[in-house]
Design a protein around this ligand. Structure first.
Ligand code: ATP
Ligand code: MG
Length: 231
């Protein structure tokens, strides 16, 4: 369970002004849910995700995971952000093993697990490639594998498929859902796409901007599997 209680974020800008990005966010996300966050550009979606990840502090209120206030990043929360790009100097296998090595896993075991995860995201034959040798979709698959491999309870995804072409996006959405149906971890997924949110999620949180607030929480009552006509 993730609980947000009166959460706000005010940034002090370089010009000496303050800017309230988020105000009074109250939310409970039960474990095992797939939740999407939708809202206009600048409404604070990424900021909210960084705060859930522990990369930004709250200016007011509190975020609790399993009842405990979060104090920083932790292996229970795995980010897949566009900024968390793959390391260009490591191979695909090295990148995926890295997350587990960071959690203290011995090298041989981490590499074994990394290669199993590469098979799951259909990158088995690309283990020795460097990120620059992969397409955008393949890189995002590798980034997802790197995070899922250390088994975070909560997956935090910031527009992970935003930069991909429509066909690759639908393929990766379907793959993510089928992985999630096996793992059943909690996913918080930021997107601009209403159809993506409805396809993937149990719950859609709709935000408004200036300052960012929650406008609506919509439960999606569609049975899985959901068929996509684009495929
Ligand atoms: P987009 O859909 O374009 O990604 P977003 O909803 O993710 O937008 P955020 O990136 O969270 O929006 O930004 C929310 C607001 O907070 C914006 O007005 C932005 O300028 C401001 N902001 C974000 N990070 C900082 C920062 N480090 N310092 C100052 N202001 C910031
Ligand atoms: Mg953003």
């Amino acid at each position: 369970m993730i609980e947000l209680d009166g959460v706000g974020k005010t940034f002090n800008t370089r010009q000496g002004h303050s800017h309230t990005a988020l105000q009074d966010i109250a939310l409970s996300i039960p474990a095992g849910r797939f939740v999407s966050i939708l809202g206009p550009s600048g409404c604070g979606k990424s900021t909210l995700l960084y705060m859930l990840g522990g990369f930004e502090s709250c200016s007011s209120g509190q975020i609790r995971v399993k009842g405990k206030p979060i104090t920083g990043p932790g292996p229970d929360r795995g980010p897949v952000f566009q900024e968390y790009a793959l390391f260009p100097w490591k191979t695909v296998l090295g990148n995926v093993a890295y997350g587990m090595r960071e959690q203290g896993m011995p090298k041989a075991q981490a590499e074994q697990r990394a290669s199993e995860w590469l098979d799951k995201v259909k990158l088995g034959p690309y283990a020795a490639f460097y990120p620059r040798e992969l397409s955008g979709g393949m890189r995002q698959r590798a980034a997802i594998a790197r995070t899922l491999a250390y088994e975070p309870d909560i997956l935090l995804m910031d527009e992970p498929f935003g930069a991909l072409d429509a066909h690759t996006r639908v393929t990766l959405q379907t793959e993510l859902l089928s992985l999630w149906e096996q793992l059943r971890n909690t996913v918080v997924f930021v997107t601009h796409g209403v159809d993506e949110a409805v396809f993937l999620s149990d719950t859609v949180i709709v935000m408004t901007g200036s300052p960012g607030r929650i406008k609506e929480v919509v439960e999606i009552d569609l049975p899985r599997p959901r068929i996509r006509s684009e495929l």
